[in-house]
Design a protein around this ligand. Sequence first.
Ligand code: AQP
Length: 328
Amino acid sequence: MAVIFSGIQPSGELTLGNYLGALRNFLDYQDDNECYYCIVNQHAITVPQDPKELFENTRKLAALYLAVGLDPKKVTLFVQSEVPEHAKLGWVMNTISYVGELERMTQYKDKSQKRGDSIPAGLLTYPPLMAADILLYQTNYVPVGEDQRQHMELTRDLAQRFNRVYGEVFTIPEIKTGIGGARVMSLQEPTKKMSKSDDNQLATIRLLDDEKTIVKKIKRAQTDSDNSVHYDKENKPGISNLMGIYAAITKTPYETIESEYAGKGYGVFKKDVADLIVGALVPIQTRYNELINSPELDTILDEGAAKAHEKAAKTYRQVELAMGLHRK
Ligand code: AQP
């Protein structure tokens, strides 16, 4: 039985990118593995958050995890800040990280650019905290979107570095990305990834968007003037992105999509993409609405935190002993 860990930040309403690149794939593991799925609120505060929104988004994210079909009897679902070992091991990982390697991270470069002279230090030290999240559970596989590959490589480097210096404590984790929708791009700037914190509302499909909104956003998605449904990421990023979404939902190869839509134009294709998205999201939204105000949600998160803490504390104790951070 392998150990699986993944986390999502409650930094806004989840997007179709979060769903196709991460959340949906979490389901594949729950029957046969030891799964830890986390709401990484300490990662979310690496950029300023409105406290009320952070609180609400944490709950919404928990409900969405369950609404997509995760079974709390099979997986451990919990909030990062409720398991103190994440921050503790995060600090340890900071001490073995090099500033140069952290500054090379694409996510840091992208997010710090928007912050002018006031770049929060937490943006730079995000990857060591992510490494701590993963390593605490002696994780074998981390299902995340393709955009997280660089952070995952750093996590592996830090685990190997620690093991080399202090002895074998950590399992070296591997990334698992999904097929097709491993990277969903912005509907308005299709060379940029779809991000839940994007201010342009037309750029993202939110998991809780209603049918009318989804149809409008797909209709207005940036494409080209070719009017030919053909996959070419370099020269036709917009239509290629919509094809990626279509392929991820239906598990259809690009060639099949191309022949199906030969001569039909973008209007027909966009309508079908919108219908597919609506079809995928409506059942999730129905279940979400049942869960969001239920006391069941708190019980699940309380039990999840206790279970996660049990495992995390064992690993952290090994770290203390290996580094001489203990007294007894
Ligand atoms: N566009 C995307 N395509 C595929 N997968 C994606 N993920 C995020 N965006 C896409 C995957 O979703 C998971 C959760 O990510 P996160 O919340 O921890 O942080 P993120 O990657 O920074 O996601 P966002 O939506 O871009 O959030 P903000 O805007 O707050 O930074 C990860 O597995 C990620 O790969």
